[in-house]
Write a protein that binds this ligand. Structure first.
Ligand code: FAD
Length: 436
C-alpha cells in the first residue's frame, strides 16, 4: 500500500494528513519537535503554573477551514465564538474606548464604527479588493486619517505581521473578503478557552490515530534523495526511510526548512518577530469593554487577551522589541496593561513569561507574496504545504489549514487520475504552475 509521508505536524501538516487519511491513504507524519502544533501550540509554563499559548491567536468564524478542522476532529466545542461579533478598542493616549460591531449597515451607525471615521472612509477599504499585486496597504488606503490609524493600520499589523507601508494590500483584501464583507456571522472572534493545542492540535492527533495514521515525534527529516525526478528516500530521526514507487512526500515545514530540504526551491523571505507576554494576575483580568480581548491603539502592547487570571499581550512586527531582554519587554508591556486595568503605574510586574517568535511569518510584502510557491514541485512525488505557500491568504491558521488540504488534493487528484493505471500516483498532471 502506498504511503504518504507528511513532514511537519504544524496545522498544515495535520490538515494534510487528515485529508489523506480520511480518504483511505496510509499516512506517516514526521515531526522534528517532541510535540505537534508548530507555531500554534500550547505549553505548560512552570514559572506561571499555567498552560499558555506560544502566542494568542485571533481567528474568526469566517475562517471556513478552521471550522472544518474543528468539525472533522470533533472539537467544535473546544472553541467559542463571540456572538454577536464585536471588537473593543482603547486609545492609550486619550483613554477613549469604542467597540466595532460589524454586520448589516454597521458603518452607517456611528455607535458601531470607529470614532472619527466617516461612513465613506470605511468604503475606501473596498479598494483593497482590486489592488494591484505590487501595492502595499499604505499605497491603497489613506495614511493619516483617523480610520487608518485606528482600524486599517492595526488590522494590517495584526493580520499580516508588518507595517502597512510594507505589507500587501491584496492580502489584507483577502481578509476583508473572507470576513468583514461576508457579514456579522463571518466576523465572530473565536476563542479557545483551554488553549490552542486543546482545540486545534490534540483532537487532530486523536483523529489521526483513529484513522490509523502514524505520527512520529523527534523525527527530523533530512536530505531527501532523488532520482529520475522523484524522491526515493530520506532520513527521519536519523533512520533511513525508503520511498517506494507509489509513495509520496509532503513538506509541511516552514520556508527555510523547505528550502534546505529541496535545494533550489524559491521561498518567500522571513518576516518579523511576534512577541507575546503572559502575565499571571492576582485575580481574573477584566478588560475595558467587558470582552475577553482588547485592541490597544498607541501603546507598545497591541492586543490583550484575558483567560482566567492570565493576561496575554501580543505585539506584531516586533523585531526591535524582540531584541530587548525579556525583563525589559515585560516591563514595557506591563506599563500598558497596568494602565488598561486601572492599576497604579508603579504596580510591580506580576509573574510573566515572554515568548519571542522570530520569523513568526513569511514577509507578507508584495515581493514576499509573489515568491510563494504552489503545492506542486518539479519532483513527481513531492508537494508543499504551509502558510507560506501560494494560498492567496495571509500567513494564518486558515491559510495553513487550507494549504494542507490543497497539498492532499494534489496527491488525491493524482491518484484519481491514475486509478486505471498501475501505481497510485502515476500519470497525474499537476494543476497550476510548477515552481523551482
Ligand atoms: C506568535 C504568533 C502569533 C500568531 N497569531 C496568529 C493569529 O492571531 N491568527 C492566525 O490565524 N494565525 C496566527 N499566527 C500564524 C499561525 O500560527 C501560522 O500561520 C500557522 O501555525 C502555520 O502553520 P504551518 O503548519 O504552516 O507551519 P508550522 O506551524 O511552522 O509547522 C511546521 C512544522 O514543521 C516542523 N519541522 C520543521 N522542519 C522539520 C523537519 N526537517 N522535519 C520534520 N519536521 C520539521 C516544525 O517543528 C513544525 O512543527 C501566529 C503565529 C505566531 C508565531
Amino acid at each position: 500500500m502506498a504511503t504518504v509521508h507528511v513532514v511537519g505536524a504544524g496545522l498544515a501538516g495535520l490538515s494534510c494528513a487528515l485529508t489523506l487519511a480520511e480518504s483511505g491513504v496510509r499516512v506517516v507524519v514526521h515531526e522534528a519537535a517532541p510535540a505537534a502544533g508548530g507555531r500554534c501550540r500550547s505549553f505548560a509554563d512552570a514559572a506561571l503554573g499555567r498552560m499558555v499559548d506560544n502566542g494568542s491567536h485571533l481567528m474568526l468564524s469566517g475562517n471556513r477551514a478552521v471550522i472544518r478542522h474543528l468539525e472533522r476532529t470533533g472539537a467544535r466545542d473546544r472553541m467559542t465564538a463571540l456572538h454577536p461579533a464585536a471588537f473593543p478598542f482603547l486609545d492609550r493616549a486619550t483613554g477613549q474606548c469604542w467597540t466595532l460591531r460589524p454586520g448589516g449597515m454597521w458603518f452607517l451607525d456611528p455607535s458601531r464604527r470607529v470614532p472619527g471615521g466617516g461612513a465613506l472612509d470605511h468604503f475606501a477599504a473596498l479598494r483593497l479588493l482590486t489592488a494591484p499585486a505590487g501595492a502595499t496597504v499604505a499605497d491603497v488606503l489613506r495614511p493619516g486619517s483617523p480610520l487608518y490609524a485606528r482600524l486599517w493600520a492595526p488590522l494590517a499589523v495584526a493580520g499580516l505581521n508588518g507595517r502597512p507601508e510594507r505589507v500587501s494590500a491584496r492580502l489584507l483584501g483577502a481578509i476583508l473578503r473572507e470576513t468583514l464583507l461576508r457579514g456579522e456571522a463571518a466576523c465572530r472572534p473565536l476563542f479557545a478557552p483551554d488553549g490552542l493545542s486543546a482545540a486545534l492540535v490534540t483532537p487532530a492527533l486523536a483523529r489521526l490515530e483513529a484513522l490509523g495514521a502514524e505520527v512520529r515525534f523527534n523525527a527530523r527529516v533530512e536530505g531527501p534523495e532523488t532520482a529520475d525526478g522523484r524522491v526515493t528516500g530520506f532520513r527521519s530521526g536519523g533512520a533511513a526511510v525508503a520511498a517506494g514507487a507509489d509513495d509520496a512526500l509532503v513538506l509541511a515545514v516552514p520556508p527555510r526548512a523547505a528550502a534546505r530540504l529541496l535545494p533550489g526551491l524559491t521561498v518567500p523571505p522571513p518576516g518579523p518577530a511576534i512577541v507575546n507576554a503572559h502575565f499571571r494576575l492576582d485575580r481574573p483580568a477584566a478588560l475595558p469593554g467587558g470582552l475577553p480581548f482588547l485592541g490597544l491603539i498607541g501603546g507598545t502592547a497591541e492586543w490583550l487577551f484575558a483567560r482566567g487570571d492570565v493576561l496575554s499581550v501580543t505585539v506584531s512586527a516586533a523585531d526591535a522589541l524582540a531584541e530587548r531582554p525579556a525583563e525589559t519587554v515585560a516591563a514595557a508591556l506591563w506599563t500598558d496593561c497596568a494602565a488598561v486595568l486601572g492599576r497604579p503605574a508603579d504596580a510591580p510586574v506580576p509573574p510573566v513569561r515572554v515568548v519571542k517568535e522570530r520569523r513568526a511569518t513569511f514577509d507578507q510584502s508584495p515581493t514576499g507574496d509573489a515568491a510563494r510557491p504552489p503545492a506542486a514541485t518539479r519532483l513527481e512525488n513531492l508537494v508543499l504545504a504551509g502558510d507560506w505557500t501560494a494560498t492567496g491568504l495571509p500567513a494564518t491558521v486558515e491559510g495553513a489549514l487550507r494549504s494542507g488540504e490543497a497539498a492532499a488534493l494534489v496527491l488525491l487528484g493524482r491518484r484519481t487520475t491514475s486509478s486505471a493505471r498501475p501505481g497510485l500516483f502515476q500519470g497525474f498532471t499537476f494543476p497550476g504552475r510548477r515552481h523551482m
